[in-house]
Design a protein around this ligand. Structure first.
Ligand SMILES: *Cc1c(COP(=O)(O)O)cnc(C)c1O
Length: 420
């Protein structure tokens, strides 16, 4: 018997779900097609060539491969400029470079989308004194909470902006580890428009993690001044083995380059050490890989909502990121789900994940991931903080066929314990 064989109820629902979702998958394919063409055009316009795939060492002066992919990504994103580098060590590091690059002591930042992603709390120094945080350097923060529907509270944002002199308005596009909505690129664009209409000199800054290639446009083409994300999520296409990007207005990107390396040398240095080829290939794969991840999320949403679970986004909801939340309701179900996902991974399928504490997170977390790149969440992965409402956050899937099989193993794992 194949390990993928599931019980009658699951098998029937699998078949039905795949059938029902056909027209929805076609719409996802349409976005992929548009994004892929626009990206290919950027490769062509910038004359990407075999020499760009080579290696630089030492200071990395005149690395044409590095400089050219930054032009390619900026063109795709509708931005003036970008940094697109393996030197960014994680999404949090990339966002920190963007924040420290743009903000100065005594500046005020208004956060438009409620409490930010867990790992940003210490970067900002929001909850407690953290040595070297932005608060430690004298930057001040105010948060506008989301409304009862989990959406940005435009009225309060407008009032705040009228009353204050904010250097930065910060928008987190993805839900992260929370039950809020994710924002489409268009919704982010609208928020940026609102900011500029009240306070034209305020920099609109976007945490675009998990949002790249999900819609047919990026926030920087719709009025965001600067945005950042990780290359072991959407924008690396499952191929980049590390890295991040910052894209936006040239003057702002230059400030970030001075922070990433050192003032004076800025973007001119940074040996690529052989990473160019995988960054070019990864970016090129990103529209397609992201499309596969969205199909995976939609499948899980549809399958588990048919079983009566509360899911967000709901199957018919528009998506702004690749994250799917399934409220499983009990710790036993969370653990069984994550063990099932792990058992269907191409790497480390035999490992059994257990809840544990994680730096940057304030409750125990269980993580299922059997990825080719450590911690990559564009590959099928599921994370769940062990707290109410015992919701699992799953995302990724390098290709739909393998990721769908993984989800069915999660269902099987629940079924075997009579928990489905
Ligand atoms: C993943 C993520 C981050 C942080 O990225 P890491 O690579 O985990 O450091 C920040 N914000 C959001 C919304 C994210 O999804």
């Amino acid at each position: 018997m194949s390990i993928f064989e599931v019980g009658g109820k699951s098998a029937e629902l699998e078949k039905k779900t795949l059938e029902v979702l056909k027209p929805r998958f076609e719409k996802i394919d349409e976005t992929t097609r548009k994004n892929q063409r626009r990206l290919l055009e950027a490769y062509i316009n910038n004359k990407v060539s075999a020499v760009h795939l080579g290696i630089s060492t030492g200071y990395g002066y005149d690395d044409a491969g590095r400089d050219t992919i930054e032009k390619v990504f900026a063109e795709y994103a509708g931005a003036e400029d970008s940094l697109f580098r393996h030197n960014f060590m994680s999404g949090t590091h990339t966002l920190a470079v963007m924040l420290f690059g743009v903000l100065r002591p005594k500046d005020k930042m208004l956060i438009l989308t409620g409490r930010p992603y867990d790992t940003l709390i210490d970067v900002l120094g929001l909850d407690k004194a953290v040595d070297g945080s932005l608060s430690d350097l004298g930057v001040e923060f105010e948060i506008v909470e989301l409304d009862n529907n989990g959406m940005p509270d435009k009225k309060s944002i407008e009032e705040k902006l009228k009353g204050g002199n904010y250097r930065v308005a910060y928008i987190q596009r993805s839900r992260g580890y929370s039950l809020r909505h994710s924002l489409t690129a268009y919704e982010v664009g609208e928020l940026c428009g609102l900011v500029k209409s009240v306070s034209p000199d305020t920099v609109t800054m976007v945490d675009n993690c998990y949002g790249e290639f999900v819609n047919d446009v990026e926030p920087t083409a719709l009025g965001a001044d600067i945005m950042a994300g990780s290359l072991i999520k959407n924008a690396g296409g499952g191929i980049a083995s590390t890295g991040g990007y910052i894209a936006g207005k040239h003057v702002l990107v230059e400030k970030c380059a001075a922070r990433l390396t050192a003032p004076g040398v800025g973007r001119e240095i940074g040996a690529t050490l052989g990473h160019n080829r995988e960054l070019y290939m990864g970016l090129f794969a990103a529209p397609h890989t992201t499309g596969e991840a969205i199909k995976t999320a939609l499948y899980a949403s549809s399958f588990f909502s048919s079983l009566g679970y509360d899911v967000t986004p709901a199957p018919n909801e528009e998506r702004g990121d690749i994250v799917q939340v399934i409220k499983l309701g009990t710790p036993e179900k969370l653990i069984a789900f994550c063990k099932g996902i792990q058992s269907g991974s191409p790497v480390d399928s035999f490992v059994s994940p257990e809840p544990s504490s994680m730096p940057g997170y304030d409750s125990e977390v269980i993580m299922a991931a059997g990825a080719f790149t450590l911690g990559s969440s564009i590959e099928l992965s599921a994370d769940a903080p062990l707290r109410e409402p015992y919701a699992v956050y799953m995302q990724g899937g390098l290709n739909f066929d393998s990721a769908e099989a993984g989800i069915m193993l999660a269902a099987k794992s629940l079924e075997e314990k009579n928990l489905l």
